[in-house]
Design a protein around this ligand. Structure first.
Ligand SMILES: *[C@@H]1O[C@H](CO)[C@@H](O)[C@H](O)[C@H]1NC(C)=O
Ligand SMILES: *[C@@H]1O[C@H](CO)[C@@H](O)[C@H](O)[C@H]1NC(C)=O
Ligand SMILES: *[C@@H]1O[C@H](CO)[C@@H](O)[C@H](O)[C@H]1NC(C)=O
Ligand SMILES: *[C@@H]1O[C@H](CO)[C@@H](O)[C@H](O)[C@H]1NC(C)=O
Ligand SMILES: *[C@@H]1O[C@H](CO)[C@@H](O)[C@H](O)[C@H]1NC(C)=O
Ligand SMILES: [Zn+2]
Length: 358
């Protein structure tokens, strides 16, 4: 592989035992391991909700009484080898986000704690914290003018909060510039198809959000990581994801044999018989999963990185799982794209409550 996206949450989740200095030393230890073992692999990181202390606490810079420089300045120092422009370092230090051009591709790393509902600083003012979305638009407009494609990385994937609705509208406006989006946080292997119901008469999938598997086994999961095959690097490359391969460590087996072994779990095109990984193809897969329970169970088992291959899910469970892979930028139920009235809003709320992300 050529470069690395590390989408945050480096510390363990024993939140109330943590301290600022402990968080910094865990950060430095893990980034230090990347520098030691993969010294020539460019590393692009985004900040998780667990990096702070207390957890989830990320005051925007407008709140001058509480500075985040203890975290951001250290991150800038540790990551400067690959974030080698004053512009990237400046925004990382002031707000925890940056944009960097790498091999003709623009990588924009967002501070997604600005839409984390557990970041209580947002109760003071949640309107575009730090002006990051406005900054995002400017970086995208500049990329569009120059014909540069963009990958977005972040920790918490867009959800249904107002920040996320605006984010998804921006992605729609720049769908020809944003080639791919990569997030983490859920620990699980998931994806979301962004649907345009509002500006298009025929609901149209316009982008895909990849939510990568975590290395942590928390909870009832195998550790995993993913290698994306991306178009490029050549003139006029689409920079889109062509395929992806997921690797897992079977923790049940490692317990029995005392030998951790990473194995190839699946490749997307092969496992799902897809000809490409466009938004249209992911939507078709979701539609097929509605009627083909074996295909659906394959996806369902991959969500947990094959931790429990015997687990079952049908009926409401199946429908809600499929619907959670669809998203719009307003309050319209994205699920209507595949089957009207399949899941009631109440069922969807219950499903989401039961699958609270970390
Ligand atoms: C909240 O932040 C926005 C954007 O910076 C600003 O326009 C607005 O005036 C702020 N609202 C309050 C109540 O301070
Ligand atoms: C790509 O190739 C075309 C045709 O050769 C050329 O006009 C254009 O300037 C090139 N673009 C870049 C970004 O190099
Ligand atoms: C692995 O072993 C540990 C220690 O005995 C135990 O706590 C854990 O539940 C086991 N996990 C699995 C997946 O077998
Ligand atoms: C994981 O290991 C256990 C114990 O060896 C085995 O039963 C199970 O099939 C393995 N799972 C996968 C996905 O390989
Ligand atoms: C895979 O997809 C092709 C069409 O792209 C279809 O002809 C074929 O039957 C599919 N195979 C399976 C096993 O579903
Ligand atoms: Zn997280």
């Amino acid at each position: 592989f050529d470069w690395i996206y590390l989408t945050g949450d480096l510390p363990a989740h024993n939140d109330w035992e943590q301290t600022k200095s402990g968080q910094v030393s865990i950060f430095n230890k893990i980034i230090g391991l990347f520098n030691e073992y993969l010294p020539n692999k460019p590393l692009f990181y985004s900040i998780g909700n667990h990096e702070s202390d207390p957890v989830n606490s990320f005051p925007p810079s407008s709140i001058t009484e509480y500075s985040m420089s203890w975290l951001y300045d250290n991150a800038a120092e540790m990551l400067k080898k690959w974030l080698n422009t004053p512009d990237a370092i400046d925004t990382l230090k002031s707000g925890g986000y940056y944009s960097i051009d790498f091999n003709g591709l623009r990588i924009i790393s967002l501070q997604t704690n600005y839409h984390n509902k557990q970041n209580w600083w947002l109760l003071v003012n949640s309107t575009d914290p730090d002006g990051m979305l406005q900054w995002f638009i400017e970086k995208l407009l500049d990329a569009e003018k120059k014909g540069i494609k963009v990958h977005v990385i972040g920790h918490i994937a867009p959800g249904d909060d107002p920040w996320s609705q605006n984010y998804k509208k921006i992605v729609l406006r720049f769908e020809n510039t944003i080639s791919a989006q990569f997030f983490g946080h859920s620990h699980k292997d998931k994806f979301r198809v962004l649907m345009d119901f509002e500006t298009s008469t025929d609901p149209r999938p316009y982008s895909v959000v990849y939510i990568g598997p975590s290395v942590t086994s928390m909870t009832e999961l195998n550790p995993g990581f993913r290698i994306y095959t991306v178009d490029g690097n050549y003139n006029e490359s689409s920079r889109q994801v062509l395929d992806h391969d997921t690797y897992i460590l079977n923790i049940t087996d490692a317990n029995l044999t005392n030998k951790p072994k990473w194995i190839h779990e699946y490749s997307a095109k092969d496992a799902y018989n897809m000809t490409n990984l466009t938004p249209d193809s992911w939507l078709s897969l979701l539609k097929e999963c509605l009627t083909n329970n074996n295909l659906f169970l394959k996806y369902y088992h991959y969500i947990s990185k094959s931790f429990n291959m015997e687990s079952q899910c049908s009926g409401h469970c199946q429908h809600s799982t499929i619907c959670s892979c669809l998203s719009t930028f307003s309050n319209i139920s994205a699920c209507d794209a595949i089957a009207p009235n399949l899941v009631t809003p109440e069922q969807m709320m219950l499903y989401e409550a039961a699958h609270q992300d970390c």
